[in-house]
Design a protein around this ligand. Structure first.
Ligand SMILES: CC(=O)N[C@@H](CCC[C@H](N)C(=O)O)C(=O)O
Length: 373
């Protein structure tokens, strides 16, 4: 498949970002593209808004899985690109348009040049939330084609195009979403002593929360608590009866996640008493760490060694990925693909270098070829 065709597909997908489990247009678009391929050795299945494509190998000994996530984010795009998002307030700001295009390009190559082993391409919904990997892994349709090895990539804006970065062991953190609702007593702005002000309580909570990381977690263990959204109140001269904070917790060890949540519960009790309010905590979606299998990282590194791709030994990142659930059950790896964007992941101006699409396909091809041996 020509680079121009892939760029056309990437731009078309970029224009239709959809949130988790709402990827109807994306699914329809991908199904139409997949239908244009030679169907002789393909089985195409859908699961919710996702797609599984099984390519029967020439003399299979195993099945190699390749997963791409397909959802966008609730971010208003500000790239000013001529192919910017057509869906107001939504954007492929985490590169999933690239992930899908690369997976599709690799599939098209493999259809043309069928490998010995079976391949399973997984276009998975809802990576950004609430998490599609776990229910997909539990689904009957996935069990029919369950791969022996699983691969995936994630775009890396800070790395130059042409580079691939990976490491054995933990690559991405354990994550937990965090939604906290505060309920007190509202009233007139001039009579604070008669109210329980939830703007004050929530603001103090946000500040205090950081001390879990800085004063409770061992500095040699990594943890991040980020609050990305605060809502509360109705108007400037009314004391807010309710407030809500929304965020995420990241830790490199599952035990640290348990510790952070325990400390957070202690804080909740203290705040309920000090601010005379009720506080409800919801941990939303939780993702398991992405931990790469050393054997496959070594094979991958060797496979790229003689190529013009630049291998960068990765460090752990506090990003999360529900691909961790695949790797918990199936050995394999995730790697970073350099896309050379001035603006990072989850930024409204993320603008990946489209030349990286062929780099991603080439890396996948080399790994699949290496796994034939
Ligand atoms: C690669 C990446 O950016 N992934 C997301 C995953 C989000 C998981 C969940 N919604 C959460 O916020 O905990 C990330 O933010 O790291």
């Amino acid at each position: 498949m020509q680079s121009e065709e892939l760029i056309h597909i990437r731009r078309a997908l970029h224009q239709i970002p959809e949130l988790g489990f709402e990827e109807f247009e994306t699914q329809k678009y991908l199904l139409a593209e997949i239908e244009k391929l030679d169907q002789t050795n393909l089985i195409v299945e859908t699961w919710k808004t996702g797609i599984l494509v099984f390519l029967k190998g020439k003399s299979p000994q195993k099945t190699i899985g390749y997963r791409a996530d397909i959802d966008g984010l609730p971010i208003k795009e500000e790239t000013n690109l001529p192919f910017s998002s057509n869906h107001p307030g939504k954007m492929h700001a985490c590169g999933h348009d690239f992930h899908m295009t690369i997976a599709f390009g690799l599939l098209a190559k493999m259809v043309e040049n069928r490998p010995q082993n079976n391949l399973l391409f997984i276009f998975q919904p809802a990576e950004e939330g609430p998490g599609g990997a776990k229910p997909l892994l539990e689904s009957d349709v996935f069990k029919l084609y369950e791969p022996d090895i699983i691969l995936a990539l994630h775009v890396a804006p800070e790395l130059p195009t042409g580079s691939i970065s990976c490491k054995p062991g933990i690559l991405f953190a354990n994550t937990s979403e965090l939604f906290i609702d505060f309920k007190g007593k509202g009233g007139h702005a001039a009579y604070p002593h008669l109210t329980k002000d939830m703007i004050v309580a929530a603001s103090a909570f946000v500040t205090q929360l950081q001390q879990i990381v800085s004063r409770k977690v061992n500095p040699l263990d990594s943890a991040v608590v980020t609050i990305g959204k605060i809502t509360g109140g109705t108007v400037q001269n009314v004391i807010a009866e309710e407030a809500r904070i929304e965020g995420t917790i990241r830790t490199l060890q599952p035990e640290t996640m348990i510790q952070v949540k325990k400390e957070l519960q202690n804080m909740v009790q203290g705040f309920e008493s000090i601010y005379d309010c009720s506080i409800q905590v919801d941990y939303g979606a939780n993702y398991y760490q992405v931990s790469n299998d050393k054997k496959y990282v070594d094979i991958f590194r060797d496979a790229l060694n003689s190529s013009d791709l630049n291998w960068v030994e990765a460090r752990e990142a506090m990003t999360g990925e529900d691909f961790g659930y695949f790797l918990k059950e199936i050995p394999g790896l995730m790697f970073w693909l350099g896309i050379n964007s001035e603006f990072g992941l989850h930024h409204s101006k993320l603008n990946p270098d489209e030349k990286a699409i062929n780099v991603g396909i080439s890396a996948g091809e080399k790994m699949i070829a290496a796994l034939e041996e």
